[in-house]
Write a protein that binds this ligand. Structure first.
Ligand code: ATP
Ligand code: MG
Length: 439
């Protein structure tokens, strides 16, 4: 199956880029990226048991500065907005966007929009925050987002575009997850209907690493590093007690990438539970029995559970949050109670330590690798916007920064393939069976 990776543009790029690289080096514009440069989406010749749920061919536009741009820098008024949950590296992205606009293109009107889409709605409008290199100088040293974030309000597209018009913006950078980028696409479509010249470029944020088509989302490596510390603590606790059990809940609503990578990073987990692989508690092959056997053999055990795992075992929650996301029931607490009950009923001494580091991870400062990645995403987003590209995200595919149409990027999620090599390596590291519970 092939994907349409063509990128929309506001119009022809006819203005020479002010970026001086080329003339300084005296080379023939070697640092500009040609509009015809592409990379292949799927380099595999034949795949069986593909780790990517999305297979197929397609050519992706290479990101980077263009020789000719669409916007005259003096006319640009850029807005930056952050929506959804926190993720390490958001401030790094805001900083890169601001600095690239300012120093590379000479843009002087950059406006931080506060507290996500609701901050643009009439009844919850927030004062904006002017951004310049001084304002963003140190923000990469703190976690969270200096602009504030929120959920909800995104579907009121017409009112949001009214606000963009009122603010006189002609460039919008949307830093956020699937919901944010669906909202951004709707905003871009409304802009098109109104015949406005406003570009919308997204920087995909998902701590779970579940954006399709994108190799690695920013913040993911930081999340794994922080989660691994929680697992190390859980392991130390478990190891120091009689029948000690360490239970760590990590992020991963629909995809278990953080749990899987954390298990591989720490080598201390005996069971990893992820949304993609159902499990059960009871029976000879159920989690409780397997855990008991592990304790009999080694007297301590560590379990990593992704927040979206085992939802079928829990009472159904029909509630949604302000953005319409289904509220998950707490699998961590549920497991803690079930395990405690199991051993208490058998009169077996045990100690269970439950660690939920989610908010500490989400608000962490980005690790150096993520910081580097965020800077480059931010820069490439600016180059794309200046060239007049719109309705697109920047991302990393096959180690290249590329442009991905928003519509394609939000069309599905990436998940751990239970028959793929990542999960195979996790099973290798944990020695847990392929199937926990009845086959
Ligand atoms: P994360 O899930 O990683 O926290 P997210 O971007 O998915 O990030 P949400 O809270 O789901 O976070 O959405 C962020 C914003 O996008 C909210 O303001 C929400 O109203 C808006 N939004 C969500 N889904 C849509 C949609 N289908 N169309 C328009 N706007 C949407
Ligand atoms: Mg989301």
């Amino acid at each position: 199956m092939s994907h349409d990776f063509s990128i929309a543009r506001l119009g022809e790029a006819t203005i020479p880029s002010p970026i001086p690289y080329a003339s300084e080096k005296g080379t023939d514009m070697a640092n500009y990226v040609g509009d015809d440069e592409r990379i292949i989406f799927n380099p595999a010749l034949s795949r069986s048991g593909s780790e990517h749920p999305v297979s197929g061919q397609g050519l992706l536009e290479v990101a980077g500065p263009r020789r000719d741009i669409y916007f005259s820098p003096g006319h640009v008024h850029a807005g930056v907005i952050t929506c959804g949950g926190l993720c390490p590296g958001i401030n790094d992205v805001i900083r890169a966007i601001t600095r690239c606009l300012w120093y590379r293109y000479g843009v002087r009107r950059i406006t931080g929009l506060r507290f996500g889409y609701p901050g643009l709605l009439p009844e919850t409008a927030e004062p904006t925050l002017p951004l310049d290199p001084d304002v963003v100088d140190d923000i990469h040293k703190i976690g969270g987002t200096v602009l504030g974030s929120s959920r909800g309000g995104g579907v009121r597209t017409a009112e949001i575009v009214d606000a963009l018009e009122r603010l006189n913006l002609n460039m919008l950078f949307t830093i956020g997850g699937d919901g944010t980028q669906k909202g951004a696409l709707a905003i871009a479509e409304e802009i098109e209907r109104r015949n406005l010249r406003i570009t919308v470029v997204g920087i995909p944020k998902t701590i779970d690493n579940d954006f399709s088509f994108i190799e690695r989302s920013f913040g993911f490596e930081t999340a794994v590093a922080e989660a691994a510390q929680a697992v190390a603590a859980a392991h130390t606790e478990a190891h120091s007690a009689i029948n000690g059990i360490g239970l760590v809940k990590v992020m991963g609503r629909d995809s278990g990438f953080i749990a899987a990578h954390t298990a591989l990073a720490s080598h201390e987990a005996n069971f990893v539970l992820i949304p993609e692989v159902p499990f059960s508690l009871e029976g000879e092959r159920g989690l409780l029995h397997l855990l008991e056997r592990r304790l009999d053999a080694r007297r301590h055990a560590v379990i990593i559970v992704a927040e979206g795992a085992g939802q079928d075992l829990l009472p159904d929650s029909s509630e949604s949050d302000a953005s319409g996301n289904r509220k998950l029931s707490d699998i961590g607490i549920f497991l803690k109670d079930a395990i405690s009950r199991h051993f208490a009923d058998r009169g077996k001494p045990f100690t269970l330590k439950y660690i939920d580091p989610s908010y500490m991870i989400r608000s962490a400062v980005a690790a150096p690798t993520d910081s580097v990645y965020c800077s480059r995403l931010g820069n490439n987003a600016v180059h794309a916007a200046m060239s007049g590209r719109t309705k697109m995200l920047v991302g990393l595919v096959n180690d290249h920064f590329v442009h991905i149409p928003m519509a394609v990027a939000v069309s599905r999620r990436k998940q751990v393939d239970r028959e793929g090599n990542l999960w195979r390596d996790v099973l290798e590291a944990t020695h847990q069976p392929m199937q926990i519970g009845p086959a």
